[in-house]
Design a protein around this ligand. Structure first.
Ligand SMILES: Cc1ncc(COP(=O)(O)O)c(C=O)c1O
Length: 393
C-alpha cells in the first residue's frame, strides 16, 4: 500500500526555485522553427561564436593523451597559475595562484561562494533587476534575498548608500555583476571602492561577478581584485572566452576561505572538468586572445547598431550599456505588459526577446532584454520586424 505521503519528499527550498519564463518562449520558438517559421533570436545569453580553434585543439590533444581522470578539487595547478599570469598581464595585479579556484562554470563558483558564506536565514543584498540564478541558489541554501531596486541613477548597480540602507543584522553578503546581466552596465572604479568599503565596514563579504569581463566597450575594463583582497571575485571561461559548453569558470577568494572551499568543492563537484581545464590553458595564448579581441570589436559594432535602432523605435535606454551583450530597455512607452508583448512578438513576427520578469520584480513588466548575440544583419532584420509590429499595434 502507498503511504499517505508517498508524493511528499520534496523540499520547500526546491519549491522556492523559480522557472525562467524565457524557457517557455524558447520552447515555442523552437516549435515555430520546426514548423518552418523563421525566428530571429535576441534572447540567447551566449556568444554565437564557436570556441576559438587553439582551445579546441588543446582539448583534442588532452583527449588523445587520455587526460580524462579527476584533477585536484581546486583545479589544475598550471591553470591556476595561468589565470594568475592573466591578471598580472591584463590588470597588473598579483594574485597568489592558491587563491584561484577553478570551478564548473561561474555557476559552480557562485554555488561554492554562497555555500561557504551562508547559514539558514542569512540575508544577501542583490540588485533587482539581476541575474536570476543567484536568487534561486540563495533560497535553495535556506537563506534569504534582500532585493534592492536599482535603476539608471546607479547604472543598475548597488552603491554604498544601498548598503547603509538595506543591511540588517541578518545580512552577511552583497552581490553585484559588472558588466551586469541583464543591463550590460558597469560599476565605476570609484563606486566599486566605496561599495567594498561599505561592505567591509559591516563585516560582510562582497561577491563581484566579473563573468562579462573582457566584453567591455566603454570605460576601461577593471577588476575588484585591484582594489581589495576581501572580495570574492567570480569569473568564467563561458562568455569572453566563448566556452559556455565546456562548463569552466573560476573564483578568487580571500586566503581564509581556501580550505573550506576545497572541502566543499570536493564534496559538491569532486573536480572541475579535466579536458576543459587542459583546453583552457590555451585560452590565454596570444593567438587566442587576438581572436577574442576581434570578437569584442564585433560585439561593439552590434551594440552600436542596436542601441540607436531600439531608441528610434521608442524603447528607453537611459544608460549606455558598456559591456556584456545585453540591452535592457524600458518599453513602457510602447507596451502595456512586457511578458505578453514578448509572447505576441514571437507569434506574430518571429522575434524572441527576454521579458523583464526573468530578472526580478522591479518594474519588470516595463522592461525587456535584447541580446546582441547574432550578426548585425540579423539584428537589422529583427529590428525591422519589431518596428513593423509596433506600428501595427
Ligand atoms: C551574471 C552571470 N553570472 C553567472 C553566469 C553563469 O555562467 P557560467 O556558469 O556559464 O559560467 C551567467 C550566465 O549567463 C551570468 O549571466
Amino acid at each position: 500500500m502507498l503511504s499517505a505521503n508517498y508524493n511528499k519528499p520534496r523540499s520547500s527550498r526546491a519549491d522556492r526555485v523559480r522557472p525562467f519564463y524565457v524557457m517557455d518562449l524558447l520552447a515555442r520558438a523552437n516549435q515555430l522553427e520546426v514548423e518552418g517559421r523563421s525566428v530571429l533570436h535576441m534572447e540567447v545569453g551566449e556568444p554565437d561564436f564557436p570556441t576559438p580553434q587553439p582551445v579546441i585543439e588543446a582539448g583534442i590533444r588532452a583527449l588523445r593523451a587520455q587526460l580524462t581522470h579527476y584533477t585536484p578539487a581546486l583545479g589544475l595547478p598550471e591553470l591556476r597559475r595561468a589565470i594568475a599570469d592573466y591578471y598580472r598581464q591584463k590588470f597588473a595585479v598579483d594574485i597568489e595562484p592558491r587563491r584561484i579556484i577553478v570551478t564548473p562554470g561561474a555557476s559552480g563558483a557562485l554555488q561554492l561562494a554562497l555555500a561557504v558564506l551562508l547559514d539558514t536565514g542569512d540575508r544577501v543584498l542583490l540588485t533587482d533587476p539581476g541575474y536570476p540564478c543567484n536568487r534561486n541558489m540563495i533560497r535553495l541554501l535556506g537563506a534569504e534575498c534582500t532585493d534592492v531596486a536599482v535603476g539608471p541613477e546607479s547604472h543598475y548597480q548597488l552603491q554604498a548608500a544601498h548598503i547603509e540602507h538595506y543591511w540588517d543584522a541578518s545580512t552577511v553578503a552583497a552581490m553585484i555583476a559588472s558588466p551586469s546581466n541583464p543591463t550590460g552596465t558597469m560599476i565605476s572604479v570609484g563606486e566599486l571602492q566605496s561599495l567594498l568599503d561599505a561592505v567591509d565596514a559591516k563585516g560582510g563579504r562582497l561577491i563581484v561577478d566579473e563573468i562579462y569581463q573582457g566584453l567591455v566597450y566603454g570605460e576601461h575594463d577593471h577588476t575588484a581584485l585591484a582594489l581589495s583582497d576581501n572580495a570574492i571575485v567570480i569569473n568564467s571561461f563561458s562568455k569572453f572566452f566563448g566556452m559556455t559548453g565546456w562548463r569552466l569558470g573560476w573564483m578568487v577568494v580571500p586566503e581564509i576561505y581556501i580550505d573550506v572551499v576545497d572541502r566543499v568543492a570536493q564534496n559538491l563537484f569532486l573536480a572541475p572538468p579535466t579536458v576543459s581545464q587542459h583546453a583552457a590553458l590555451a585560452a590565454f595564448e596570444t593567438e587566442t586572445l587576438d581572436i577574442l579581441q576581434r570578437r569584442v570589436e564585433t560585439f561593439r559594432q552590434r551594440r552600436d547598431f542596436l542601441l540607436p535602432a531600439l531608441r528610434a523605435m521608442g524603447f528607453v535606454i537611459p544608460v549606455e550599456p558598456e559591456g556584456a551583450f545585453y540591452i535592457y530597455a524600458d518599453c513602457s512607452a510602447i507596451i502595456l505588459d512586457a511578458f505578453a508583448w514578448c509572447r505576441d512578438l514571437l507569434e506574430v513576427e518571429g522575434v524572441a526577446v527576454t521579458p523583464g520578469i526573468d530578472f526580478g520584480e522591479n518594474a519588470a513588466t516595463r522592461h525587456v532584454r535584447f541580446a546582441y548575440t547574432r550578426p548585425v544583419e540579423e539584428l537589422e532584420s529583427a529590428c525591422n520586424r519589431i518596428s513593423k509590429y509596433i506600428k501595427k499595434a
